[in-house]
Design a binder for this molecule. Structure first.
Ligand SMILES: [Zn+2]
Length: 316
């Protein structure tokens, strides 16, 4: 029997990452192309098709050996049809991406949002390997989430399942969120939130090490806390407590075996994980918490393309 392959495509605001992966999980090629966001991203589907055709030729793989394309984009995606309601960074609005990509490539296409693909990727070849119930959290400029329950990715009634970044964590006085509401998990625990909270705290404690910096990043806040800076430590305590609460509450909905943390903020490693485990334990139902372990994501920027290929591998 000849080998079969899956293609993963992770469409971001600046680059489109692509990969050709065998059904056994061997990565044959991983590459990226520029995202042409001009004219509301109307050339993107064409560019993906060209990139795939060129690569298959180069790898000497015939299209009949390709099981399909699993593509992800940041935004609200109707996973049943591949219809993109809106992907702001890319310029797509009410765009029939799945159908267009299918027609152009002649291949079956599955579409999901980027955070769900990251969860699928970690579930196939990363830190959540082989786990039936998984929550994957991406802590970056925003907060993304993907949930695998009983072995399947959760999409829900209209593709908004696992949009954990938009759980309301603060009912009063929360910062405004991109979703139009305020006090979301994203506005309380993302890298952006850490920086905002550090700046707010500096207003009251100018003795902080952070006061000497011309601009502050989330990494600076972790470093300052590590050096004994109380202002930074207090900011992180609050952020991690909120994240622990959110994850504890999610725990009783899917009873995860594992929670995997990725994204820029997760680079803090144990400085994030240790207090997060403690906060989580404080709020979680003990029996549910007993079953769950925390791990750092392993696949980094490759999680999306691997997840796209996994989507094909699982559902073709
Ligand atoms: Zn929100």
């Amino acid at each position: 029997m000849s080998e079969k392959y899956c293609i993963g495509a992770d469409i971001g605001g600046t680059t489109i990452k692509l990969a050709v992966i065998s059904t056994e999980g061997k990565i044959y090629k991983k590459w990226e192309i520029h995202t042409d966001t001009s004219e509301h991203g109307k050339n993107i589907t064409r560019d993906i098709n060209i990139a795939i055709n060129d690569t298959l030729k180069e790898l000497n793989i015939h299209k009949s050996s390709i099981l399909g394309i699993g593509a992800g984009a940041p935004g609200f995606v109707d996973t049943k049809t591949g219809y993109i309601n809106e992907a702001i960074n890319i310029g797509w609005k009410h765009f029939d991406f799945g159908i267009e990509l299918k027609e152009l490539t002649g291949l079956p296409v599955w579409v999901d949002n980027d955070a769900n693909l990251a969860a699928l990727g970690e579930n196939w070849l990363g830190a959540g390997r082989g786990v039936e119930n998984l929550i994957a959290v991406t802590l970056g400029t925003g907060v993304g989430g993907g949930i695998i329950a009983n072995g399947d990715i959760l999409n829900g009634a209209n593709g908004t399942a696992a949009e954990i970044g938009h759980m309301t964590m603060k009912t009063a006085g929360g910062a405004p969120c991109n979703c139009g509401r305020s006090g979301c998990l994203e506005t309380e625990t993302s890298a952006t939130a850490i920086v905002r909270k550090a700046k707010e705290a500096l207003g009251h404690h100018s003795s902080s090490q952070l006061a000497d910096l011309s601009s502050i990043t989330a990494k600076d806040v972790f470093e300052a806390a590590n050096n004994g800076d109380e202002t930074a430590a207090k900011v992180l305590d609050e952020v991690i407590d909120t994240l622990g609460l959110a994850l504890a509450n999610l725990t009783v909905t899917i009873n995860p075996d594992k929670i995997v943390l990725g994204g820029g903020v997760s680079k803090a490693g144990n400085q994030l994980l240790d207090p997060l485990r403690a906060a989580y334990k404080k709020y979680a139902l003990p029996r549910a918490a007993e079953a769950c372990t925390f791990e750092l994501a392993e696949l980094g920027n490759d999680a999306g393309v691997i997840g796209g290929a996994s989507l094909v591998n699982q559902y073709h």
